[in-house]
Design a protein around this ligand. Structure first.
Ligand code: GTP
Ligand code: SPV
Ligand code: MN
Length: 655
C-alpha cells in the first residue's frame, strides 16, 4: 500500500471517528435515560444489545473504574481502522511503511515482560492453589493470596482507575467461535493497544456475543492503572505507554471466574485471553471437566510417504515453541504444518483419541533470533497486519532485531527500541529488547495447517517436553510409559529467559513448562495427568523429551531449527512402532545410527549429544528429590516419587 493510500485511509477514518463521536453523544443521551447515574458516554456499540449478564458486568465495573466513555467492540474492519487511528494519534504506535499495515509500539522501558512476582491466584482454601511447601521455603509453584487480601489489593487499585479514559468491552472466544472445545471471555480494558492486540490474538467481536447468548463467560478486567486527572496530567507518560509498574498486579479469582489485571499493558499481563485465561483459569476448568490446558505448540508432521501425525510440545517461555511449530524441515520429503505456537487445549474424544485445539488466533512471538535462516515462515507471516513491540526500527520503515544482521539492507540506519538513533552493535546494548515480540494473525502463516480451526481439534499422537539444558541432557529420549512421561514433565527444567523478569541464565525448574501458569496445586495437576492411565478407553500418546540446547566447548552441539526435523523423524517412526530405540537409564534413546543425519552440513558429535554422565545424573536425581520435597511436599503423588526412585536406581546401576 502506498503512502497516498494511507493518507486517504487516515482521512476517511478521521471522518468516521467524528461521525461516531456524534453518534456517541446521542447514544449517551439515550443511555442516561436508563441509568441516570451514568456519567460515561457509550462511544461505540449498543449496551442494550449485550446479554444481561455481560451488561451487568460492564455496568458494575464502569461504576467502579469510572471511565469517561465505553466502547463495545464489534470486531469490524471499520472499528479496527478507528482503533489504529486513535493509537497513532496518541503516539502509542507508528506505521512501518516498509510493510503492509504493520505497526511499532515501544513501551515504557519499565513494562517489558510478564511479572511473575505480582501474579496471584486467590482461593478460599490456600492448598487448592499451592502445594504444601517445606517450612521456611518460599513456594515457586503459583502465588496464593487470601480473598481478604485480594479484596484489599483490588480495592486499592481499581476505583477511579479509568478516569479520563475509554473503557473498551472486548467479547472474545478462545478457540474457534462455537466449537464445543472453545470458551468465551469478556475483557474490559482502558488500553486501545490491548484491544488491537486481542483483535489479532483472539476471535473477537459481535459474533462472540451472538454465540454466548446468556451463557457463562470469564470476566476479565484490565487497566493500565493511570487515570487522567488534573493531578496526574503533570506526570510524564513514557512513550505514550501509560502503565503503573509499582502497583502492578495480575490477579486470578477462579471461584468467581474472574481475572483482574492492573498496571501493565504488556503481553501476558494484559492480553488476558492468553496466559491468564487459556492457561491459569483454563487449567482449573480442564481439571474439573477432564481435559488439559497446556503451554504447548501443536504441529502437523508429514513424512515422505505422505503419512501425517500431529504432535504437541511443551517448552518453557522463549525455548523454541514458535520455531518448532513453524519449522522448515531440512530432511527431504518432510513437511511441517502449524496449528498453534503457544497453547493447546486437549481432550480425549469418545473414541479415546486425544484431540487438540489452539485457543488462540494469532502468534505473540519472540522477535530476537527470528530470521529468514532460523524461521522463514515466521518472517513471511509478519510482513503484514502485525504489531511489533519493543523491536528496533530502520530508516527505510522496517524492523530490526538481534539475529536479523544478514537481512539488514545497506545504507539504512537503525533506531533502537529505546529510541537511540544510529544504533550500532558496538554500543554494547541490544537494538531490540530480548523479550520484544510480534503480534500477528495465525491465518497468515504460510504453513498454517488446513485443520487449524477444526472445531473438534486435531488428533495428537505424541507429546514432547523440552527445555534449555546446557549440560547432561541428551538430544532426545522417550518415556517408558505414560507414568514415566508424567514424571518427565514434572522434572522439566530450563535456563531462565527474558520472557519474565528473571535475571541471569540459571537453570530453573519449570514443570510441564507451566511453572508460571499453573492455576491450581501442582500436586493435584500431577494427579490429573496420572488419572488418564486408569481409564482404559484413553489411547495414551507416547511422551518424549528433547534438548536442542546442549553445549560443548564451542557452543551448541546441535544445529537446531530446521535440523530438528531429524529428531521429529525419529519420533514419528517411534510412534509408528519402529524398533529404533534402546533402553537407557533415562528412557529410550535412539539406536546408534537411527537419527537420520544424511545431508547434514555441520559436523555433529552424536556421542557428546547422547552422553549420560553419571555424576550429572546423580546430582540431577538428588536435586529433583529436594525440589519435590521442598516444593510439592505431601501433594506429590506417590507414583511420581516411585519414578524418581526408579530413575535413581537406573542411574546408579546402569551408568
Ligand atoms: P514463548 O513465546 O515465550 O512461549 O517462546 P517460544 O517457546 O515460542 O520460543 P521461540 O520459538 O520464540 O524461541 C525463543 C528463542 O529461542 C529464539 O531466539 C529462537 O531463535 C531460539 N531457538 C528456537 N529454536 C531453537 C533451536 O532449535 N536451537 C537454538 N539454538 N535456538 C533456538
Ligand atoms: C510466554 O512468556 O510464554 C509468552 C509471552 O508466550 S506472554 O504472553 O507475555 O506470556
Ligand atoms: Mn509462551
Amino acid at each position: 500500500m502506498g503512502v497516498d493510500n494511507k493518507t486517504t485511509l487516515l482521512q476517511s477514518t478521521e471522518m468516521f471517528a467524528s461521525h461516531y463521536l456524534k453518534e456517541a453523544a446521542s447514544s449517551a443521551k439515550y443511555a442516561s435515560k436508563i441509568d441516570p447515574q451514568r456519567r460515561y458516554d457509550i462511544l461505540y456499540g449498543n449496551i442494550n444489545r449485550l446479554p444481561s449478564r455481560v451488561r451487568y458486568f460492564v455496568e458494575e465495573n464502569a461504576k467502579v473504574c469510572q471511565p469517561d466513555a465505553v466502547h463495545i467492540c464489534d470486531g469490524s474492519e471499520k472499528e479496527r481502522e478507528l482503533l489504529y487511528y486513535i493509537l497513532q494519534r496518541d503516539g502509542t504506535i507508528r506505521p512501518l511503511p516498509k510493510y503492509e499495515n504493520c505497526w511499532l509500539a515501544n513501551t515504557d522501558p519499565a513494562d517489558v515482560a510478564r511479572v511473575e512476582s505480582r501474579t496471584f491466584i486467590s482461593t478460599h482454601e490456600k492448598y487448592d492453589t499451592v502445594p504444601h511447601t517445606k517450612e521456611g521455603v518460599k513456594g515457586t509453584l503459583a502465588n496464593w493470596m487470601s480473598p481478604e487480601d485480594m479484596e484489599t489489593a483490588l480495592d486499592a487499585r481499581f476505583p477511579g482507575c479509568m478516569k479520563g479514559r475509554t473503557m473498551y468491552v472486548i467479547p472474545f472466544s478462545m478457540g474457534p467461535v462455537g466449537s464445543p472445545l472453545s470458551k468465551i471471555g469478556i475483557q474490559l480494558t482502558d488500553s486501545a493497544y490491548v484491544v488491537a492486540s486481542m483483535g489479532v490474538m483472539t476471535r473477537m467481536g459481535s459474533k462472540v456475543i451472538d454465540t454466548l447468548k446468556d451463557g457463562e463467560f470469564i470476566k476479565c478486567l484490565h487497566s493500565v492503572g493511570r487515570p487522567i486527572t488534573s493531578a496526574s496530567s503533570a506526570e510524564v507518560v513514557k512513550n505514550s505507554w501509560p502503565c503503573n509498574p509499582k502497583e502492578t498486579i495480575v490477579a486470578h479469582l477462579p471461584e468467581r471466574n474472574e481475572i483482574c489485571s492492573f498496571g501493565s499493558g504488556y503481553g501476558g499481563n494484559s492480553l488476558l485471553g492468553k496466559k491468564c485465561f487459556a492457561l491459569r483459569i483454563g487449567s482449573i476448568l480442564a481439571r474439573r471437566e477432564g481435559w488439559f490446558a497446556e503451554h504447548m505448540l501443536i504441529m502437523g508432521v508429514e513424512n515422505p510417504k505422505g503419512e501425517k501425525k500431529y504432535f504437541a510440545a511443551a517448552f518453557p517461555s522463549a525455548c523454541g515453541k514458535t520455531n518448532l511449530a513453524m519449522m522448515e524441515p531440512t530432511l527431504p520429503g518432510y513437511k511441517v504444518t502449524c496449528v498453534g505456537d503457544d497453547i493447546a487445549w486437549m481432550r480425549f474424544d469418545k473414541n479415546g483419541q486425544l484431540r487438540a485445539i489452539n485457543p488462540e488466533a494469532g502468534f505473540f512471538g519472540v522477535a530476537p533470533g527470528t530470521s529468514m535462516k532460523t524461521n522463514p515462515n515466521a518472517m513471511r507471516t509478519i510482513e503484514k497486519n502485525t504489531i511489533f513491540t519493543n523491536v528496533a526500527s530502520t530508516s527505510d520503515g522496517g524492523v530490526y532485531w538481534e539475529g536479523m544482521e544478514e537481512e539488514l539492507p545497506d545504507n539504512v540506519s537503525t533506531t533502537s527500541w529505546l529510541g537511540v538513533h544510529d544504533w550500532h552493535k558496538s554500543m554494547g546494548k541490544p537494538a531490540a529488547h530480548p523479550n520484544s515480540r510480534f503480534c500477528t494473525p495465525a491465518s497468515q502463516c504460510p504453513i498454517i495447517d488446513d485443520q487449524w480451526e477444526s472445531p473438534e481439534g486435531v488428533p495428537i499422537e505424541g507429546i514432547i517436553f523440552g527445555g534449555r539444558r546446557p549440560e547432561g541432557v541428551p538430544l532426545i529420549y522417550e518415556a517408558f510409559d505414560w507414568q514415566h512421561g508424567v514424571f518427565l514433565g514434572a522434572a522439566l527444567k530450563s535456563e531462565a529467559t527474558a520472557a519474565a523478569e528473571h535475571k541471569g541464565k540459571v537453570v530453573m525448574h519449570d514443570p510441564f513448562a507451566m511453572r508460571p501458569f499453573f492455576g491450581y496445586n501442582f500436586g493435584h495437576y500431577l494427579d490429573h495427568w496420572l488419572s488418564f492411565q486408569e481409564n482404559p478407553k484413553c489411547k495414551l500418546p507416547k511422551v518424549f523429551h528433547v534438548n536442542w540446547f546442549r553445549k560443548g566447548s564451542s557452543g551448541f552441539l546441535w544445529p537446531g531449527f530446521g535440523e530438528n526435523s531429524r529428531v521429529l523423524d525419529w519420533i514419528f517412526r517411534r510412534v509408528n512402532g519402529e524398533d529404533c530405540a534402546v533402553k537407557s537409564a533415562v528412557g529410550y534413546i535412539p539406536k546408534e545410527g537411527s537419527i537420520d543425519l544424511s545431508g547434514l552440513k555441520e559436523d555433529v558429535n552424536m556421542n557428546e549429544l547422547f552422553n549420560l554422565p553419571k555424576d550429572f545424573w546423580q546430582m540431577e536425581v538428588k536435586e529433583l528429590g529436594k525440589y519435590f520435597e521442598e516444593q510439592v511436599g505431601e501433594d506429590l503423588p506417590p507414583k511420581i516419587q516411585q519414578e524418581l526412585k526408579k530413575l535413581e536406581q537406573r542411574v546408579n546401576t546402569e551408568l
